[in-house]
Design a binder for this molecule. Sequence first.
Ligand code: PLP
Length: 413
Amino acid sequence: MHYFNYKKNDLYCEEMLVSDLANKFATPLYVYSQATLLDHFRKIKKAFTALNPLICYSVKANSNLAILKVLVKDGSGLDIVSGGELYRAQKVVCSGKKIVYASVGKTTKEIKEAINYGILMFNVESSPELARINAIAASMHKNVKVALRVNPDVEAMTHDYITTGKKDTKFGMDIATVRNIFLNGAKYPNLKIVGIHIHIGSQITKSSPFIAAIKRVNKLIDVLRGKGIILEHLNIGGGLGIIYNKETPQTASDFAKKVIPLLKKSGLKIVLEPGRFIVGNAGALIAKTTYIKETPFKRFVIVDAAMNDLLRPSLYEAYHTILPVKKVKYKSSKLSDIVGPVCESGDFLGKARALDVGENDYIAVLGAGAYGFAMSSNYNSRPRAAEVLVNGKEARIIRKRESYKDLIQKEII
Ligand code: PLP
């Protein structure tokens, strides 16, 4: 569900004509729908009401301060993975009590900053990290809450690069290691090891991988309870898939119905870390066609957005629906590759698409709200796109377009 729809032949974001936004703010342009953002956050919240979980939006999916602010104001907590994300969380005044911190490589500096801010807990991914946090907490005369990230070794049935719960990935710790840490908790006097965390991957469209993972950690929770170790939190991560093409992902309420009984069994306070589900379909990347290039072999629609703006197609061969911002009848019925100007054959936004547009037309790449701008770069010395947030009949710039000057600001000859 999202609020990018045609009225007659024109694409709208909520009540704003997308072509007006492109004319006003220029392209490439990220356009976000606040109604979609909130709708998805509230759908998860409602689906899980029975458990009253802590929902920590995963900042990495889209870390724009305005997006974070909208969600924090609506009651969301934040899932962070770096000092930079903590800084953003502070800027939107997210209470530390609603912040959880994952990442396999938290540095000493980052750990100190997070302890100082008083985050709810670290999701710890290795024994050396546990020892490090304990030592830092001791030096700061603090007691720090942590959850242990379990790698449950389940197949998430998604792209390899976004599979994180298989034993050969770098994430989390195997169940036996986690059990031993709990049993030897006294080794870490400045830690309260009170939770279990899992995050098995992203863009997962079925419930079975989640169910398999939760069942595994439930067994562990039972074993620990038998030994008198009582936990507080079970964090089941993010990972809920969305529709990019013809997927039929579970809805939040289907997902909740399947997992709530298992989560209730754990008896613990539940934490969720959705990212893509909340923001993915709330954003579109708007671009303008620069040329239509016909070769004897192919038709290319060359646009002013590229892999530096939206990396997902190049990185994962991810599919994004691409639509004309204004439907106009042209003559070509040939399929086209939609490509950017970057000097890589891997620079494409879509392949073999029926997109009948001419020069200087606008196109919209849907589903670009998550891992879109957040993964963008200045490759080929391309200034990053502007970002606009639409709320009904209003649109406001939430990140200015970068200039050439911005590109070289930190450089020294
Ligand atoms: N939690 C953790 C620990 C993650 O690594 C990620 C994404 O990689 C997420 C949550 C969010 O995942 P998604 O955007 O698929 O919901």
